[in-house]
Design a protein around this ligand. Structure first.
Ligand code: GTP
Ligand code: MG
Length: 456
């Protein structure tokens, strides 16, 4: 248990009906008794005056949550006053004039974690829930907060512990005839753990996409309508659109909500070999964004002679390679043939060999609904109802656990190296322990909680 008492304003600054100041720690109750006129009963909302040496600072509600049944696991007092920055700061300063100090960002959640009220995944989910940008992300963060992700990691850890027991028993008692720890049994169980980890890795990858949002890079030759497409989705004139090729030089980003999910559109400089230094720089900058994009919207102008229709992935990749761009191999490709108004064609959509091809006119507003539906479909493929929210940190720990177990299995298969397998299983368990916080370092905790808001 941490000994000092912390306090912070827990609500956002600004004008609001109610503002909350929170106190946590051993002195919380004593401080509340000093400043509240009401007598306090556990978990009861009491109307009170907040008093500073005889002066009434504000009036409101006080609630006392005695340890250990509080958010932090310590004595917690919540003072609900009026949502005025002046009043709330006065109240906070009054509290700090007793034996308490201002809380650091995330310190309430950190204490909840240190007092085993929540694990690290759940603590991170609190911050992610507060910061979520879409309904889908909020719902998924709530699932993590409710422990659904933690349960999966704990199940993997249990599976690993059981297997480690058998493997280590075989090492310690090699002469005993422990039938169940036969080589086949160990091999089969290790393989089954690898499969279980792989399934959670897949879900975690989706969880990271939910947290970070899906990115869609709009790519293509100059003047094909890339910036017009960005403006269409943003429903605003974010990018300059002109008939002059080479208009966009910088990378432009816009987050848009589609089907309850956040999608980050990235407009890039038109790809062409140019002697203009600014344009070259723009293309270089675009490359990095295109390489990491989840969706690549490859735009072309159908009215231009020689515009290749029915592009396949190989053609597009070859074209991008000319500019040293190698897209992420998981990227979903959309070929968007724009300006069909100029050749009097009807909008349409085809899916072939992993490429989604849509014929549209941004100017004449033709086929944009088809494109939007195709994007929504891809977004939904990426997220299954029941997904939880995850961070890249979780994914890399899971991947490192996966690598350890795979290495252990291959050494066991080729050399019957039980000791090496046992060590790799231990490493895998440690990696998973870092996700839930069973194993932590001060550095990691500092990094995680410092990104929280104050009062949480
Ligand atoms: N006829 C027609 N013109 C279009 C259509 N979409 C865009 N345009 C025009 O094409 C020109 C180029 O559009 P932009 O959106 O600036 O093209 P871009 O791909 O961003 O161009 P750069 O930034 O130079 O690479 C502008 O004059 C647009 O009005 C369309 O569907 N039909
Ligand atoms: Mg442009």
């Amino acid at each position: 248990m941490t000994s000092d008492t912390i306090a912070a304003i827990a609500t956002a600054s600004g004008l609001s009906g109610i503002g909350i100041v929170r106190i946590s720690g051993a002195n919380a109750l004593e401080i509340a008794k000093n400043i509240c006129s009401a007598s306090l009963s556990p978990r009861e909302a009491c109307f009170t005056h907040f008093i500073d040496q005889g002066d009434i600072v504000d009036q409101g509600i006080v609630i006392y949550f005695p340890a250990p049944n509080s958010f932090t696991g310590e004595d917690v007092i919540e003072l609900q006053g009026h949502g005025s920055n002046i009043v709330l700061n006065q109240l906070l300063n009054l509290i700090l004039s007793f034996d308490a100090r201002a809380a650091k960002p995330g310190e309430f959640s950190e204490r909840a974690f240190l007092n085993n009220k929540i694990d690290l995944i759940q603590a991170e989910a609190i911050a992610d829930l507060i910061e979520s940008q879409s309904q889908f992300a909020a719902r998924s963060a709530l699932r993590s907060l409710r422990g659904e992700f933690s349960k999966k990691i704990n199940q993997l850890i249990e599976q690993l512990i059981k297997l480690r027991m058998f493997v280590e028993a075989g090492i310690d008692f090699p002469d005993e005839d422990i039938e169940i720890s036969s080589n086949t049994f160990i091999e089969e169980n290790t393989l089954s753990i690898i499969e279980s980890i792989a399934a959670v890795v897949q879900q975690t990858e989706r969880g990271c996409l939910i947290r970070d949002g899906v990115s869609a890079a709009i790519v293509g030759a100059p003047n094909v309508g890339k910036s017009s497409l960005l403006n269409y989705f943003a429903a605003d004139d974010i990018a300059i659109v002109t008939a002059k090729a080479g208009t966009t030089r910088d990378v432009l980003r816009q987050e848009i909500l589609l089907a309850g999910r956040t999608i980050k559109f990235i407009d890039t400089a038109g790809l062409r070999t140019s002697s203009d230094e600014i344009e070259q720089q723009g293309i270089k900058k675009a490359a990095a964004h295109i390489q990491s994009a989840d969706f690549i919207l490859f735009l072309q102008d159908v009215s231009v002679d020689g515009a290749k229709r029915e592009q396949n992935i190989i053609d597009i990749k070859q074209e991008l390679a000319l500019f040293n761009i190698e897209p992420n191999f998981n990227s979903v490709f959309f070929v968007i043939n724009n300006k069909i108004d100029l050749i009097n064609e009807n909008p349409s959509l085809h899916e072939k060999d992993g490429v989604i091809e849509v014929n549209i006119s941004i100017k004449a507003n033709l086929g944009l609904d088809l494109l939007e539906q195709a994007l929504k479909k891809q977004l939904n493929l990426g997220g299954v109802e029941g997904d939880f929210l995850a961070r890249n940190r979780h994914l890399s720990c899971l991947q490192s656990a996966q690598t350890s177990v795979e290495r252990g299995l291959s050494q066991f298969k080729s050399h019957l190296a039980s000791e090496l397998l046992a060590e790799d299983l231990r490493l895998a368990q440690d990696a998973l322990g870092k996700i839930t916080g069973a194993i932590t370092s001060d550095e990691l905790l500092g990094e995680i909680f410092s990104s929280f808001c104050i009062g949480k």
